[in-house]
Design a protein around this ligand. Structure first.
Ligand code: URP
Ligand code: ZN
Ligand code: ZN
Length: 456
C-alpha cells in the first residue's frame, strides 16, 4: 500500500461516513473502518473530511482573447487548481478558422505533458466546419477521448461565433457520436446594438458592460438553445448560466424529460451586477456578466434543489494593466476573471455554513462533471477510482488574497473573501501535490484524461 488516509470522514455524493482510504498505484484500493496493513505513507485525517478532487469543467488557460492572452499558463493555472483542490481541469482550446480539431488539441496536449500540475481534458471550441471536414473529424476526436465540443453564440467580431444552423448541425452530429455540445448563450445582435448606443451616448464605464448584455440578452439565447436541443432531441450543456429566466427555461425542459445540463460559476452565486458600479468594476468584467439579486437567488435555489448540474469556474484571468485598457471604454476590457483555486473552497464554505450539504458540493463539483463528461476513473472516493483526494479541514479559517493564491495574475475578484474551512492537502492519483499552503508537486504530474463517449 502506498498511502493510507486514516480516521477521516469520507464524503461522496450519496453520503458521508467515517472510514480509512487506502491507495496503491494511484488508485483507491480499499475504503473501510480501521483498515489493516501498513503503508509507505500514513496520514492522520481525524477531524477532517476526505473528498474527491474537484473537476473544474470550464477553464481558459493561456488563451488568446481580448487582444491579449489570459494570464494563467497551463503550468500556473493547474498549479493553482491543485492548491484549491481541483485535480482535473477541462480547458477550452478555440479553433482558428481552417484549423483541425486534433491539430489544435494536440498542440495543447504537448504543452500540458510537460507543464500540467493537474490532470486535464479538453472541450474543443468549434468555430468553422471547414467545409464539413470537421464533422468527419469529430468522430476521430471522440475516439481519442475528446467527447465534448463548444459553440459560442457570441464573440462575432472575434470570429468565434457560430450561427443557429451550425449549432443545430453540431448538436445532431454530437448526438450521433455520443458526444456533447456545450454552449455559451447570449444574443450577439442585441449586445452589438446596445453597445453601439451606449458608446454613442458616451456611456463607457464597466456598468455598461452589464447594461449591454443584461438578463434578457442571455435569456433569449438560453431559450433558443433549449428550444433547438429539445426539438432536435439532442443533449446539450449550457455553460456559465447566470440569469433566472434562462435558468427557468432549462428547468422546464428538464422537467419535460429533455437532456439539458446546466453549469453555473461561483462568481454568479456570490456577486451581483452592482460590482460594475465599483471603481474597480472592470476587474469583474466577464461574459455573461453578473446579474441582479433575483438571478443570484434563483441560482442558489436551483443549486440546492438539484436543477444545476455542475459548478465550474470559467477561469480566465487578465492582469490589471490589461483590465485598465477599458477604464474609459468597457468594450476594451478583456472578458474574464480568476477562479480555479477558489471554487471548491468557496462551495465547501457554503456547506460548512449549512447553506447546502457537503454531499451536494461533491456532486456538483466532482461527481456530476465526471459523469456528464465521461471521466469514468474520476469523481468519487470509491474503490477503483483514481486517488484524486482532498483533505479538508472544516475548522481552518482562510481569507482569500492574491498573495496566498498560486496563479500568475496580479489581482483577484475574490480578494478579502473569508472562508470557514479550507483544503489542507491535495493528492493527484495518490501523489501529494498540495500541502498546507504550498504547491509540492512537479509540473508534468498531470495526465490527459481520455474520456468515454455516451452510449448511443
Ligand atoms: O468572460 C469570459 N467568460 N471569458 C472567457 C471566455 C468565455 O466566454 O467563456
Ligand atoms: Zn463563455
Ligand atoms: Zn468560458
Amino acid at each position: 500500500m502506498d498511502l493510507l488516509i486514516k480516521g477521516g470522514t469520507v464524503v461522496t455524493a450519496a453520503g458521508s461516513f467515517p472510514a480509512d482510504v487506502a491507495v496503491t498505484g494511484g488508485k483507491i484500493t480499499a475504503i473501510g473502518k480501521d483498515l489493516p496493513g501498513t503503508a509507505e505513507q500514513t496520514v492522520d485525517a481525524a477531524g477532517k473530511l476526505v473528498l474527491p478532487g474537484a473537476i473544474d469543467a470550464h477553464t481558459h488557460m493561456q488563451m488568446p482573447f481580448g487582444g491579449t492572452v489570459s494570464a494563467d499558463s497551463y503550468k500556473s493555472g493547474t498549479r493553482a487548481a491543485v492548491c484549491g483542490g481541483v485535480t482535473t481541469i477541462f480547458d477550452y482550446p478555440v479553433q482558428h478558422k481552417g484549423e483541425t480539431i486534433l491539430g489544435l488539441v494536440n498542440s495543447k496536449k504537448e504543452i500540458c505533458e510537460t507543464d500540467a500540475c493537474s490532470d486535464y481534458a479538453f472541450h474543443c471550441c468549434i468555430t468553422d466546419l471547414n467545409g464539413g471536414a470537421i464533422l468527419d473529424e469529430m468522430e476521430k476526436a471522440v475516439e481519442e477521448g475528446i467527447t465534448s465540443f463548444k459553440c459560442f453564440l457570441v464573440y462575432k467580431k472575434e470570429g468565434m461565433m457560430v450561427d443557429d444552423g451550425m449549432l443545430a448541425t453540431l448538436l445532431l452530429r454530437a448526438k450521433e457520436l455520443g458526444a456533447m455540445i456545450n454552449v455559451h448563450a447570449e444574443n450577439p445582435d442585441l449586445i452589438d446594438l446596445r453597445t453601439a448606443e451606449y458608446l454613442k451616448e458616451g456611456k463607457t464605464s464597466a456598468w455598461y458592460h452589464y447594461m449591454s448584455r443584461p438578463e434578457f440578452v442571455e435569456a433569449e439565447a438560453d431559450k433558443r438553445v433549449v428550444h433547438w436541443a429539445s426539438h432536435l432531441d439532442t443533449p446539450v450543456y449550457l455553460v456559465h448560466m447566470a440569469d433566472k429566466e434562462g435558468l427557468e427555461a432549462c428547468i422546464h425542459a428538464k422537467e419535460e424529460g429533455h437532456e439539458v445540463y446546466v453549469e453555473t460559476c461561483p462568481q454568479y452565486l456570490e456577486f451581483t451586477c452592482d460590482v460594475y458600479k465599483r471603481p474597480d468594476g472592470r476587474n469583474f468584467v466577464c461574459s455573461p456578466p453578473m446579474k441582479g439579486e433575483e438571478s443570484r437567488e434563483a441560482l442558489w435555489k436551483a443549486l440546492k434543489s438539484g436543477f444545476i448540474d455542475t459548478v465550474a469556474t470559467d477561469h480566465c484571468p487578465f492582469q490589471s494593466y490589461e483590465k485598465d485598457w477599458g477604464i474609459h471604454d468597457f468594450t476594451k476590457i478583456p472578458n474574464g476573471c480568476a477562479g480555479v483555486e477558489n471554487m471548491y473552497p468557496y462551495m465547501l464554505d457554503a456547506a460548512n455554513r449549512g447553506i447546502l450539504s457537503f454531499e451536494r458540493v461533491v456532486e456538483v463539483c466532482s461527481t456530476n462533471p465526471a459523469r456528464i463528461f465521461g471521466c469514468t476513473a474520476k469523481g468519487a472516493v470509491e474503490i477503483g477510482k483514481d486517488a484524486d483526494l482532498v483533505i479538508y479541514d472544516p475548522d481552518k479559517d482562510f481569507t482569500i488574497s492574491v498573495n496566498n493564491m498560486h496563479s500568475d495574475y496580479d489581482h483577484t475578484i475574490w480578494e478579502g473573501k473569508k472562508l470557514h474551512g479550507y483544503p489542507v492537502q491535495t493528492y493527484l492519483r495518490g501523489k501529494l501535490v498540495y500541502d498546507n499552503g504550498e504547491y509540492v508537486g512537479t509540473p508534468g504530474d498531470g495526465k490527459f484524461v481520455k474520456r468515454e463517449p455516451r452510449s448511443v
